[in-house]
Every structure is written in structure tokens, then in C-alpha cells.
Design a protein around this ligand. Structure first.
Ligand code: ZN
Length: 201
């Protein structure tokens, strides 16, 4: 028994040291398009967050694949998936990061811009790289990188962020979000940020 413990302790120490060091050796990007089905998310007229998020996320999937990562989508079409289920999907992969894609909404129509959220300290650099990536591709108000307690980024164990790709409640931002070039530019910016985060590891 004592012999076993002597053997186990250094082994466990190695495992824990390894997991911290390898946090950035991820190969998989779990992409989580916000909302879906009866949960439309923010909406203005016929512009629904759930549609915009799925489109940006699908473009992100192909941009991330081009950069050599494996991708997993939490949803691929317009159906409802619960927050715990999104977290469960992410937890199946030990070599992953998690990126939840949303658009913003507020009653103040003049609010606009991009913001990126993280919860744990290990996720902060990922949030910074991805946010700079988006800001470098489009001209938008920079609302910054912030800490928040959103369910999906609080309950996933891998580096996890939530990006807010503009306000559907702002008339000019809504017009831009309706254009494919804008959604494509955001997807490329997020993918560039992910790649830079990976290379910085
Ligand atoms: Zn949302």
C-alpha cells in the first residue's frame, strides 16, 4: 500500500502539471451558436439572434477548419438545445476550447459594438486574442473583454468564451449584420484570434 502511494503521488503530480501546461495544445474547437428553436434570442422585426449566431458560427466552423483544427458544433440548424446540453457536448473533448457565438440586444437603440466574455483566468487570453481578431476585421465600437457568469462559460472546464457580434437593436449595426460580408469578417476575425491564442501557448 505504502509502495503504491509512493508510486502514485509523483504520477498524479505529473498529470496535474501536464494538464496546466497543455491547456493550449488543443486540437478541437467546440462552436456553440447561441439560442435556437423557440428560443430566438434578441430580435428586431424579423431579424433573430438565433439565425445570425448560426450563420456566423457556420462560417467560423469553416474558417477554423482551414486553420487545421477539428470542429464540433453544438447545433447545426434551427433547433433548441439546453445550456447544460451545450456544456455536456464540450465536456466530451479533453483537447478543446469552447466558443459561444451570440449577438446583443438592449432597449437602448444607440448601444452598439463588439464585446467578448470569459469567466475563468485561463480563458482570459483566449478572449483577448479573439476580441482583437474581430476588432481588426470590422470597424465597430470596442466594448472590450469582460468577465461574466454566463452559464456556458462558467460550467465548461476548458478555455471558454462568449462573443457578442453586435447589437440587433441598433439600426446600423443590424443592417451590417444582415450582410454576409460582415458575418464573414467576424468569423475570420474569431478564427484568427483562436489561431494566435494557440500559437502563443
Ligand atoms: Zn444570446
Amino acid at each position: 500500500m505504502r509502495g503504491l502511494r509512493r508510486l502514485l503521488f509523483p504520477l498524479l503530480a505529473l498529470v496535474f502539471a501536464g494538464s496546466a501546461a497543455e491547456a493550449r495544445n488543443f486540437r478541437t474547437v467546440v462552436i456553440d451558436p447561441g439560442h435556437g428553436g423557440h428560443d430566438k434570442g434578441g430580435q428586431w422585426g424579423l431579424v433573430y439572434e438565433k439565425h445570425l449566431a448560426l450563420d456566423i458560427a457556420t462560417r467560423l466552423e469553416s474558417e477554423v477548419k482551414k486553420r487545421g483544427f477539428r470542429t464540433v458544433m453544438t447545433r447545426r440548424s434551427d433547433y433548441f438545445i439546453s445550456l447544460p446540453e451545450r456544456v455536456r457536448i464540450a465536456s466530451r473533448y479533453s483537447d478543446a476550447i469552447f466558443v459561444s457565438v451570440h449577438t446583443n440586444y438592449t432597449w437602448r437603440q444607440d448601444a452598439s459594438g463588439l464585446e467578448t466574455f470569459f469567466h475563468s483566468g485561463q480563458s482570459r487570453p483566449l478572449a483577448s486574442y479573439v476580441h482583437s481578431g474581430m476588432m481588426s476585421k470590422v470597424r465597430a465600437v470596442n466594448r472590450g473583454v469582460k468577465s461574466a457568469r454566463f452559464y456556458v462559460i462558467r460550467n465548461t472546464t476548458c478555455p471558454s468564451i462568449l462573443v457578442e457580434c453586435g447589437f440587433v437593436s441598433n439600426p446600423s449595426e443590424r443592417e451590417r449584420m444582415k450582410s454576409a460580408w460582415f458575418r464573414q469578417a467576424l468569423a475570420e476575425g474569431i478564427a484568427e484570434g483562436i489561431l494566435r491564442f494557440r500559437r502563443a501557448g
